[in-house]
Write a protein that binds this ligand. Structure first.
Ligand SMILES: *Cc1c(COP(=O)(O)O)cnc(C)c1O
Length: 387
């Protein structure tokens, strides 16, 4: 079956008991045991598995073309589970220099206590990646497209480099989702998602998912962390995330089309210094992205504003349709000044005139005129101040 069909039917058939077509939400914590001591319907205690989580995991595994999916209560819980399942004291993780700051914070502030270290390199430079591997490197983590600079990493090459050194290769696929890119097809071992973003799609539910290509001992260890430590999504969270999954391919296609229109408009714009969008032919990773993704280049566009930090901060404040807020992947368009965002923060080496746009599902003409008025006003108020 194709992606759109799997998204709607994967892991779910109408309810046998009631005939309900939409999946019922099963809130029960505990499940009845048969007189012979078995649990023929599969569940026995909610943190160890329930119908809503089972459906979400089965559907997601199908979309990523993986063997097993394991759901967590947030993207960060999923990331932490993978790091701890894959590594032991003395091991090192290789990570790219542009990546989700939550992953950096986990590696920098939590893991050292457990003897796990990390090294950061530009992973678009394959020679640098190969040279950075040591006998202690047991995990190569990558994110493509990267957050927030939209760098494109060659998944097939990075997976090969990792495997040659005996390391596991993991990709955070939150930015583009299986609707556009399926890393397991390129030899990657595990995919991690913040389903909080495009998968949930409406900005109303946190979640994380790990998908494994094989029925490996690694995914078994991830499952053990899920089952024993209990950082699991509630049944209603699973239901919301699974509902989002059903329309994921269509939403992501529309996000991509809108983002392309916005990026084209901003490219060469008088108040814009640089646009970062892999769909533009001028982007250095364009060709690689075109070969690795199908159906579009995703919904995130970053830009450097002319006039520096102040102009960027002001532009983010002057929008009327975009919302000045962190996160991405929901129907509403969001704008964020990276360097002052509480989730990104200063001192991360990010350009201080950088804005990240999550292009939503409003009409692209309205989004473009909103950005035009915000950028113009930001520029005019700077001129008034210096006059
Ligand atoms: C948001 C995000 C996460 C973490 O997700 P939470 O559900 O907020 O914990 C992980 N990776 C990427 C790329 C993200 O953008």
């Amino acid at each position: 079956m194709k992606l759109e069909t799997l998204a709607i039917h994967g892991g779910h058939i109408p309810d046998a008991g009631s005939g309900a077509v939409a999946k019922p939400i099963t809130l029960s914590v505990t499940y009845q045991r048969e007189s012979d001591g078995t649990y023929p319907k599969g569940s026995f205690y909610s943190s160890k598995g329930n119908p809503n989580r089972d459906t979400l995991e089965a559907c997601f595994a199908g979309l990523e073309r993986g063997h097993t999916a394991v759901a967590f209560s947030s993207g960060c819980a999923a990331i932490t589970a993978v790091i701890r399942a894959a590594l032991k004291p003395g091991d090192q993780v290789l990570v790219p220099d542009d990546l989700f700051q939550g992953t950096v914070r986990i590696l920098r502030d939590v893991m050292p206590k457990w003897g796990i270290t990390y090294r950061m390199i530009d992973m678009t430079d394959l020679r640098a990646a190969a040279a950075a591997l040591t006998p202690q490197t047991k995990l190569v983590w990558t994110e493509t497209f990267s957050n927030p600079l939209l760098k494109v990493t060659d998944l097939r090459a990075v997976a090969k480099i990792a495997h040659q050194a005996g390391a596991v290769c993991v990709v955070d696929n939150s930015f583009v989702t299986p609707a556009l890119q399926r890393p397991l097809d390129f030899g990657v071992d595990l995919v991690v998602h913040a389903s909080t973003k495009y998968v949930g799609g409406h900005g109303d539910v946190l979640g994380g998912i790990v998908v494994s290509k094989e029925n490996s001992s690694l995914i078994h260890d991830v499952r053990q962390i899920q089952l024993l430590e209990g950082a699991v999504p509630a049944p209603f969270d699973c239901w919301l995330t699974h509902r989002g999954l059903k329309t994921l391919p269509y939403r992501v296609r529309a996000h991509s089309a809108n983002a392309m229109a916005v990026a084209r408009h901003l490219y060469g714009h008088r108040w814009v210094k640089k646009v970062f969008y892999p769909g533009l032919e001028s982007h250095e990773g364009h060709e690689l992205a075109a070969g690795q993704l199908n159906d579009g280049f995703g919904g995130i566009v970053s830009l450097q504003v002319r006039g520096g930090r102040d102009a960027a901060v002001r532009a983010a404040g002057y929008v009327k349709i975009f919302i000045n807020a962190t996160s991405f992947g929901e129907v509403e368009s969001l704008i964020q000044h990276q360097a002052t965002s509480p989730t990104h923060g200063s001192g991360t080496g990010i350009h201080d005139d950088l804005l990240r746009l999550s292009v939503g599902l409003e009409h692209p003409d309205d989004l473009i005129s909103d950005l035009d008025q915000a950028l113009t006003r930001a520029h005019e108020s700077a001129r008034d101040k210096t006059a």
